[in-house]
Design a protein around this ligand. Structure first.
Ligand code: NCD
Ligand code: ZN
Length: 348
C-alpha cells in the first residue's frame, strides 16, 4: 500500500532562532531545507537592534545557506527602551525587516536588553503604525510574583489588550501563543492582530516536562501548558483561522547549557519542523488545514507573496538522531532517538 502523502505550497517559518557563528552554520541547513522564508529573531548577544546590524546578520545567514537551496531570511529588530523612532524608517526602507520584537526585559533567553516599561516605546510604536511595520510580541509578564503558568494571560490583560486599543492601526503578532486566553484574545481582536503557534505547544502539554523525570529538552518559554490549553490551540488551528500561522520558535542551545542546574529555555525543532506540524494536524483530523497555516496565512498577514514551490510530506516514520553537531558542543533535537511520523520530500 502506498503511504499517505500530502503536497502543499512551500511553507514559511515566521519565528526562528538561528544564533550566530558556528551555531548558525549548524542549524541554517535544517530550516533552509523546509522553508522558503523565515522571520529571524534578534536575541543575539549583543542584540540585533539596528537595520545595519540586521543587514550584516542577514548576510551571515545567507552565507550559511547550502549551495543550490533558496532561503530568504526576513528580519525582526530587537526593540529596546532606547530604540530611536527613525530606526523604523531605516527598517521600513530596507525591504527585509518586517518589524520589531518586543521582549519584556527578563522574560526569556537574552531578553535583558528588552523593554522595561511599554510606555517608553510609544514613539517607536507610533512610527511603526504609520509605516505598517509589525510588532512581534513575546507575551509574558516578568513579575516574579505572577505564577509562571499565568504570565501569558496576565500580559494580555495588562499590556497587550490596552496596547492594541491605544494603537488601533498597529500590526501585532502575538508570538508562540500557549493558552486558551491567548486564542480567545487573538480570534476576537480587531483586524491586524495575529499569532504564531509552535509545534511543541500543539503536540505536548506540561506533563512532558516531567515524564519519568525532569526533561530539560522540553523546557521552553512560554513554558508548556495544561492539556486544556493545548486543546484550545488545537481547536483554533483546526477551525482554520487566517489569524494563526506557523512559527516554530526553534531555539537551539548547546547540550551543556540545557542539561544544567539552571538550564536554558528553548526547544530545537528545525530538523523536523514541518513534519511535526503534519503530525499535530493529522492527530486533530485537520491535515487539510496545514497548507493555510504553514504557507498562506503568515504570508498574507505580512503582505508577502505566497510561495509558488511545493513540498511533499509522506507518512513514513523516521527516527531522529540522538544529537546533531553544534559548534564545539552538540544539540539535542526534539524527539531525539524517537520517531516522527512524517517525512519531507521536496519538489519544486
Ligand atoms: C528562545 C531562545 O532560546 O532564544 N527560547 C525559548 O524558550 N523560546 C527565546 C524565546 O523565544 O522566548
Ligand atoms: Zn522565540
Amino acid at each position: 500500500m502506498t503511504p499517505l502523502s500530502l503536497t502543499v505550497r512551500e511553507p514559511d517559518d515566521f519565528h526562528l532562532h538561528l544564533r550566530d557563528g558556528r551555531s548558525l552554520e549548524a542549524v541554517v541547513p535544517f530550516s533552509a531545507a523546509r522553508f522558503a522564508r523565515a522571520l529571524i529573531m534578534p536575541n543575539l548577544r549583543p542584540p540585533v537592534c539596528t537595520t545595519e546590524q540586521a543587514r550584516e546578520y542577514r548576510a551571515r545567514i545567507l552565507a550559511a545557506v547550502p549551495a543550490g537551496t533558496h532561503f530568504n531570511p526576513l528580519m525582526s529588530l530587537y526593540l529596546t527602551d532606547r530604540t530611536p523612532p527613525d530606526e523604523v524608517d531605516r527598517a521600513h526602507a530596507s525591504g527585509f525587516v518586517l518589524g520589531f520584537k518586543l521582549y519584556p526585559a527578563g522574560a526569556t533567553t537574552h531578553s535583558d536588553a528588552g523593554v522595561t516599561e511599554i510606555s517608553r516605546v510609544y514613539a517607536v510604536l507610533e512610527r511603526m503604525q504609520e509605516a505598517g511595520l509589525t510588532l512581534q510580541v513575546h507575551g509574558e509578564v516578568t513579575d516574579p510574583d505572577v505564577d509562571i503558568f499565568d504570565r501569558e494571560a496576565r500580559f494580555i490583560e495588562v499590556v497587550l489588550a490596552p496596547l492594541a486599543e491605544r494603537f488601533t492601526g498597529l500590526r501585532i503578532v502575538f508570538e508562540h501563543i500557549t493558552t486558551r486566553s491567548a486564542v480567545e484574545f487573538v480570534l476576537g481582536a480587531r483586524p491586524g492582530i495575529a499569532a504564531t503557534v509552535t509545534p511543541q505547544h500543539l503536540l505536548m502539554n506540561r506533563n512532558a516536562l516531567f515524564a519519568g523525570g525532569i526533561r530539560p529538552h522540553h523546557y521552553c518559554l512560554p513554558v508548556l501548558k495544561s492539556e486544556t490549553n493545548r486543546e484550545a490551540l488545537c481547536d483554533a488551528v483546526r477551525a482554520g483561522s487566517s489569524r494563526l500561522f506557523l512559527g516554530t520558535d526553534s531555539a537551539p542551545h548547546a547540550r551543556a547549557a540545557k542539561e544544567s542546574a539552571c538550564g536554558c529555555a528553548g526547544i530545537f525543532s528545525a530538523h523536523g519542523a514541518l513534519e511535526l506540524y503534519a503530525e499535530a494536524f493529522e492527530a486533530i483530523g485537520a491535515l487539510e488545514r496545514l497548507e493555510g497555516f504553514a504557507a498562506e496565512h503568515g504570508a498574507d498577514f505580512y503582505g508577502l507573496p505566497r510561495n509558488t514551490g511545493r513540498v511533499r510530506l509522506v507518512k513514513a516514520p523516521w527516527t531522529v538522531p540522538a544529537a546533531y553537531p553544534f559548534g564545539d558542543d552538540e544539540l539535542i533535537p526534539l524527539r531525539a532517538e524517537e520517531r516522527i511520523g512524517w517525512r519531507l520530500e521536496r519538489l519544486e
